[in-house]
Ligand binder design. Sequence first.
Ligand code: ADP
Ligand code: ASP
Ligand code: MG
Length: 409
Amino acid sequence: MRIVQKFGGTSVGSPERIEAVADIVRKATELCHEVVVVVSAMGDTTDELIALAHQIDPRPSARELDALMATGEQVSAALVAIALQKRAIKARSLTGWQAGVATEPVHGAARVSSIAAEKLEQVLADGEVPVVTGFQGIAGGEITTLGRGGSDTSAVALAAVLKADLCEIYTDVTGVFTTDPRLVAAARKLPQVSYDEMLELANLGAQVLHPRAVENAKQFGVPLVVRSSFTDEEGTVIVDGNNLEQRHVVTGIAFEPEVARVALIGVAVQRHGLAAVFTALARAGVNVDVIVQSVVQSAEVDVSFTVKEEDADLTLGIVRGLRDELGYRDLVCESGLAKVSIVGAGMISNPGVAAQMFQALADLDIPIRMVSTSEIKVSCIIPAAHMEASVLRLHAEFLESEARVAANS
Ligand code: ADP
Ligand code: ASP
Ligand code: MG
């Protein structure tokens, strides 16, 4: 059996943790598994490296930031290899480029474009454990990174290319929970969750898996497990939706702080300027999330959309620059917002779920600024000050109630 084992920042956060990781890898090799290890940077190293760059320049070049961030994973990969060698396990650390990970030529959030697996196959054939730096690759000779949390994606991409039988994501929680267990003490570990639900949860802010890791795992059929490097407890298996009996309506709750809403009031319909705004934002690398357009009068519409708070100034600059083209009357920006989402495959056949969510928020007197839905999720944009309270309430409403327990039993 061939497995990829990925260890996150906390799991390699100290020499002691690295020794513990080496013990987990040793166990797998003793079971005669062919093991490929993927590591994140130690603890908060990536944050610290970024802060270091910002001390010199608040807007460092994307190329150098990638070159800097990529060093974090190199430290942990070499240390894990050393810890394995100490245990008489042949191991070799490899950077992204040494492992053949090619990406798009983009800095900061590059997608993996291909992986030349020969090098890793050779290392495995030599009976060595490759310890690969997550989060990084190479494009035209330049070091690139895959976006924050991207080591999960490195692991899944390697598992897909190497046709691994399993990709294990080792982290600091025992699996995927109904919501972030750091915020909600009553959160429960899910024994299994479907790729689609996991993709929504990850995209909507559940940090436990990088969204593109789930996307790739689904696309390439990589069996994925999330588990803890601190205990032996069984983790969460990410499964094909078809295997799931959809007994529960809501599977999990995700949340994302630091959202800003930009509203263009009185946009002249006949000018067709909206495409120009969203094209310009996309070119500037601004991710637009929820978009709502409403007709006020036949000749005018109001358009509002959300962006990350950190992109709000850039967004306003772009929208102001297009004022003539758009012909809007007023421009409003509201920051200090958050997005709270409920996710569950069972929602498709339960139209009352959105209403129940709105009522729960209304009971707490929480104003809802925007709503966005898909077949398996409902998201509300609310003031960030109410985020925690709303998550606690929604968890109690959908995931702790008697009715749900009865329905699931
Ligand atoms: P790693 O460094 O191992 O990649 P992350 O910090 O990226 O770890 O992800 C694990 C964290 O994700 C957990 O500590 C937890 O606080 C957070 N998290 C958010 N939502 C969930 C969820 N639904 N289930 C489990 N953990 C979650
Ligand atoms: N070290 C990188 C980060 O902190 C990648 C990862 O941990 O997955 O974002
Ligand atoms: Mg992570």
